[in-house]
Design a protein around this ligand. Structure first.
Ligand code: NAD
Length: 233
């Protein structure tokens, strides 16, 4: 049975992806920031604060030892603020979780995937990894970076049947969105989305489930956008 590791699997998009993979019959481990926590029914839980490099290195060692066929980097944070006033600490924290952790975790899964000549890596990026908005300098830098890393890595491991992609959601109704935009912000943005609504975590999970499955045998190095038409408008 294929083994999958999903960061940020305790809520939101990561939780929905983990749930989808459990339903698909995979062996699923989720990573959350607290020492104790839980993902969906049927998954294992490992704690790691991905903003702390020493903890990520420990997690990477554990992953290397266990071996996974699928890695999904879904954990991510966003703090909106004008670049002029943004603190370096906040900038570095966003990058620690959104870029440095995925980098170290990708490194840790590749050796076994190479041995098996099979692997699927999916990085959850964002539409703000190809377009942006005021106040998103840290978040956009991290998601543009994640896309660049995905493309380069995909080329390095493509001959070994390891497929590496980004999934870029638009506006999805999760704790993160509610925290960042608030109810009035969400209502305003809904009117700007061609489909006139936010996406659901389950809709993103369906796409993710396909990208990391055997049914995806030829898509690699891509950013798949699921945004209700937002970036085409
Ligand atoms: P969320 O805030 O609902 O969940 C984030 C998850 O990341 C949680 O499980 C949380 O525990 C984990 N996490 C955060 N900081 C962590 C840390 N330091 N260590 C370990 N785990 C940590 O967010 P979401 O909306 O589900 O977002 C998931 C991913 O999708 C993120 O990468 C986000 O950037 C991306 N995304 C979300 C949206 C959206 O509209 N919600 C849109 C585009 C992209």
């Amino acid at each position: 049975m294929l083994k999958a590791l999903i960061t940020g699997g305790t809520r939101g998009i990561g939780w929905a992806i983990a749930d989808q993979l459990c339903q698909d019959g995979l062996v699923v481990t989720v990573v959350g920031s607290k020492p104790r926590g839980a993902g969906p029914h049927g998954s294992d839980y490992w704690g790691c604060d991905l903003s702390k490099r020493d903890q990520v290195k420990q997690l990477a060692k554990k992953i290397k030892k266990t071996g996974f066929d699928i890695l999904i980097n879904s954990a991510g944070i966003n703090k909106i603020g004008e670049l002029e006033k943004y603190t370096l600490n906040d900038f570095e924290r966003v990058h620690a979780v959104n870029v440095v952790a995925p980098f170290l975790l990708c490194q840790s899964v590749i050796p076994l995937m190479k041995k098996k000549k099979y692997g699927r890596i999916l990085n959850i990026a964002s539409i703000f990894g190809s377009v942006s908005k005021p106040g998103r300098s840290a978040y956009s830098t991290s998601k543009f970076g994640l896309l660049g890393m995905t493309r380069a890595l995909a080329l390095e491991v493509a001959p070994l049947n390891i497929l590496v992609n980004c999934l870029a959601p638009g506006f999805i109704d999760t704790d993160m969105t509610r925290g960042v935009l608030g109810a009035s912000g969400m209502a305003q943005i809904s009117r700007q989305i061609p489909m006139r609504r936010f996406g659901t975590a389950q809709e993103i999970a369906k796409v993710a489930g396909f990208l990391v499955s055997n049914d995806n045998s030829y898509i690699t190095g891509q950013m798949i956008v699921a945004d209700g038409g937002f970036t085409s408008a």
